[in-house]
Design a protein around this ligand. Structure first.
Ligand code: ADP
Length: 803
């Protein structure tokens, strides 16, 4: 294999060369002592023993304890891992006597699921290094639009969505001896569905399958009970417990809400020369360029620490693999639950973290983060990197630019700042940089991350956390059938995880950009995604895998009758279900795409012979899947210049056809990079787009749709073609349409909600009869993003005609 080898020992970037086996093994040897220091290391025997006895193991382990990287390596040599013959009962299983036992080959590989692609690919890379093999051989990964695994693969990291995808062809997961559900506390829809299916399998056709559920929070307790055979009893138990809890002050609050403390109101550092309270260590000379007073941070408690720290840095063995003691690992209070699931707790190595709250509500948390970063940089000695939690790529890019601008005017004697962004859409090579030490000495790393760094990715070197207290989440309003991305407050559990990131290597500090008062009303835990998203996709997933009765599925938390009803309705309008609500051929076709049902519907519509615009639609779908293709500039002076440059692909039909024109222009250039620069288009995003397009083509090939040969890149998009394309999008996005009303604003066709065209759209400020849009975002108000002009007549046609 001529694999790239991005990292050498400890994260120093290595040359891109072919590494031979000897070098790989040498590196694995060098990494071994690091592995042996991980808290989970000493528990490996106990973990193996537990799994020899039981088929289900739930594990509570703090972030960074080594769960994700080590579990596969601990288990890969186990006897039960070997590929072997088992007897599986086929048939309805309803006791009618039509069951038949069949000998089937199973096993040989461990699947480790992750909610995020970043985590799946990074972990695979790391574990391949630790095992001394090429990525894609013994260790591999599989994520949407990217597969690096082979027949040889024994440890496979994959997103939960990809495991569900594999279940379409292999519903019994025959390829695997074990499935590890990692980051289960995140409670993504994918994770929840995987757990539901796994529960069915371990007590059904795959009694030999090993299931390991890993979580960084106490949520794991609920999962242990979920996997119990006596499920009704287990659920009743949970319910009774939750009710009792509600009557009490909860654990998180007690620990967080410490007694003001002697050190309250202390100023940890000063941004101005000579300013600031108690000095710790060396203080750097130099003046800050940022106006305004430093924050008078209010510490709620001297040396207070998140509850999971609890002064418990002992790292003692608390693991237990045996049935008898499993209930002791969880706080089951006076009741004893007779478990059949093995439970295990790996204590992390956590130093105390001092938590500070903003004294007053913060208006602009990006600006507040900027100030805090410099306060810390001037006030706190090195080493000690800073991790800032923000909500998304745009905020991260904005703050990165501001920090870099200010950093340029820092005095020479002040240490340098290296800003490293971290978000899902960031290319893998750049993601890897957060693991590397700053190249130059006397430099402080400032990592700007989304909630990826909350539990998924452990960034080394961090001693200070700055938390904006917000997260971007999907919210669904079933009444109007609208799913949107909203910036919402985090849960207490998330806030604690974020704070905990500061105490991985030494005592740390966490600065919350919100008041203590605002902390109190936060929800204890994050609401599972399945309870706040459009469940159409989940329903299609279930039905395509044989679970027609979606109300009866084993949900960890059921979305409920109303939401499921809405989801069924949505699928029905997309044409995926027949009149009895059962999945039809079109539905099966849609389920094969690793895309939301709406986009799958669009692709299928485009492949119909009389429509025949699959190539074009694939280009657009690929473009819509990539973020930030068009670079936005903050300064006004360049805006005109950009507009002029972009005229070449501006289209009055709207963003869909604009994107298509852009892709074609880009492809027909001899000098693509230069062209991209001149037109303020991200070359990197375009490459990503072409990659996704290639994968989408593979998916459409599988469906035996036979499109006409691809058009030449330079071909212009005629109005007739544009109409055909937009009608395809309407097939999938009828619920995302709005019409112009007399006052010049837009209102959704379904639900009559006000919606404005997003400033990033080519149609912004234009008045057209009706629009179809790709997504709905709510920032300062409701915006439609990815917008095209359509006729009300077309919308009507769709609404009347169904599919
Ligand atoms: P957990 O799953 O318990 O959160 P992990 O197994 O993910 O813990 O991480 C264990 C350690 O390995 C952490 O200290 C982390 O920083 C390190 N690590 C993980 N991935 C990489 C990587 N790609 N490069 C360097 N270090 C890594």
């Amino acid at each position: 294999s001529n694999d790239k080898f991005p990292l050498l020992d400890g994260g120093v970037p290595g040359p891109v060369i072919q590494i031979h086996q000897g070098q790989l093994k040498a590196q694995a040897l060098r990494l071994k002592p690091l592995r042996a220091k991980l808290p989970i290391w000493e528990h490996q025997e106990a973990i193996r023993a537990a799994l020899q006895e039981k088929n289900v193991l739930v594990m509570l382990g703090e972030t960074g304890s080594g769960k994700s990287t080590q579990i596969g390596q601990f288990l890969v040599k186990e006897r039960w891992m070997a590929r072997r013959k088992v007897s599986i009962t086929f048939g309805k299983g309803d006791g009618n006597g039509d069951e038949k036992d069949k000998e089937v080959m199973v096993g040989g590989c461990i699947a480790i699921t992750q909610p995020r692609r970043v985590a799946a690919t990074n972990l695979a890379r790391r574990v391949a290094q630790e095992m001394g093999c090429h990525l894609g051989d013994e260790v591999g990964y599989s994520v949407r639009f990217d597969n690096k695994s082979s027949e040889k693969t024994q440890i496979k990291f994959l997103t939960d969505g990809m495991l569900l995808q594999e279940m379409l062809h292999d519903p019994l997961l025959k390829r695997y001896s074990a499935v590890v559900v990692d980051e289960a506390h995140e409670r993504t829809v994918g994770t929840d569905l995987v757990m539901g299916f796994l529960r069915g399998l371990v007590y059904g056709k795959r009694k030999d399958l090993k299931v390991i559920v890993m979580s960084a929070t106490l949520e794991v307790e609920k999962m242990a009970l979920f996997f119990e055979r006596e499920r009704d009893a287990a659920l009743a138990f949970i319910k009774a417990k939750e009710e009792r809890k509600r009557g009490k002050k909860n654990v998180v609050e007690v620990n967080e809400n410490g007694d003001g403390g002697a050190d309250g109101g202390k100023l940890p550092n000063g941004i101005e020369k000579g300013g600031g309270g108690k000095k710790k260590g060396k203080k750097y000379e130099g003046t800050s360029m940022i106006n305004g007073n430093p924050y008078d941070w209010k510490s709620n408690k001297e040396g207070s620490s998140p509850p999971f720290v609890n002064g418990e840095r002992k790292g003692s063995v608390e693991g237990s693999g045996s049935n008898e003691s499993s209930s002791e690992d969880f706080d089951t209070e006076d009741e004893q639950y007779d478990g059949t699931v093995a439970a295990f707790k790996v204590p992390g190595r956590q130093f105390p973290v001092e938590i500070y709250h903003a004294p007053e509500p913060v208006e602009d948390y990006v600006y507040a983060a900027l100030k805090t970063v410099f306060q810390l940089h001037y006030g706190e000695p090195l080493p000690g990197d800073i991790l800032v939690f923000l909500t998304g790529q745009e905020e991260i890019e904005a703050l990165q630019k501001q920090i870099e601008d200010y950093a340029q005017s820092m005095d020479k004697n002040v240490p340098k700042i290296l800003v490293l962004p971290l978000y899902s859409a960031l290319p893998p090579g750049l993601q890897q940089r957060v693991f590397q030490p700053a190249h130059e000495g006397n430099t402080r790393k400032v990592i700007l991350s989304t909630n990826i760094a909350e539990t998924s990715v452990t960034v080394p070197g961090v001693r200070h956390v700055v938390d904006c207290g917000k997260v971007k989440t999907k919210q669904y309003r079933p009444r109007i059938g609208l799913e949107s991305l909203l910036i919402t407050p985090v849960s207490k559990s998330s806030a604690l995880q974020r704070a905990g990131r500061a105490g991985r290597e030494a005592p740390g500090k966490c600065y919350r950009l919100y008041t203590e008062r605002d902390f109190m009303p936060l929800a204890d835990t994050t609401v599972p995604e399945i309870l706040r998203c459009d469940v159409a996709s989940s329903i299609l997933t279930l039905k395509a895998r044989g679970q027609e009765d979606v109300l009866a599925f084993d949900y960890l938390d059921s979305p409920g009758r109303e939401a499921l009803g809405k989801g069924l309705e949505h699928l029905y309008t997309l044409g995926a279900l027949n009149n009895l609500g059962r999945i039809n051929e079109l539905g099966h076709k849609m389920a094969k795409f690793p895309l939301v049902p709406a986009l799958a519907r669009v692709l299928i519509a485009a492949a119909e012979p009389e429509v025949d615009c699959l190539h074009e639609v694939i280009d657009i779908v690929a473009a819509l899947s990539v973020e930030n293709i068009l670079l936005t500039l903050t300064s006004d002076e360049k805006r005109e210049q950009i507009e002029e440059a972009r005229k070449e692909f501006n289209r009055r039909e709207g963003d869909h056809i604009m994107l298509l024109t852009l892709v074609r222009e880009y492809e027909s250039q001899p000098q693509r990079k230069a062209w991209a620069e001149k037109h303020f288009v991200s070359h990197r995003a375009m490459q990503n787009l072409l990659d996704i397009r290639k994968q989408l083509k593979q998916y459409t090939n599988h469906l035996t749709l036979s499109p006409s040969p691809p058009p030449t890149p330079a071909a212009t998009v005629t109005p007739d073609l544009a109409t055909r394309i937009l009608k395809c999008f309407l097939k999938g996005f009828l619920h995302n349409t709005a019409r112009l009303v007399p006052d010049g604003s837009y209102r959704t066709v379904v639900g009559n909600q006000a919606v404005a065209i997003h400033p990033s759209s080519v149609l912004c400020g234009k008045r057209v009869e009706a629009i179809v849009y790709h997504e709905f975002v709510y920032t300062t108000r409701a915006f439609a993003r990815g917008v095209s002009a359509v006729e009300m007549g077309w919308v009507g046609e769709g609404l009347m005609g169904g599919s």
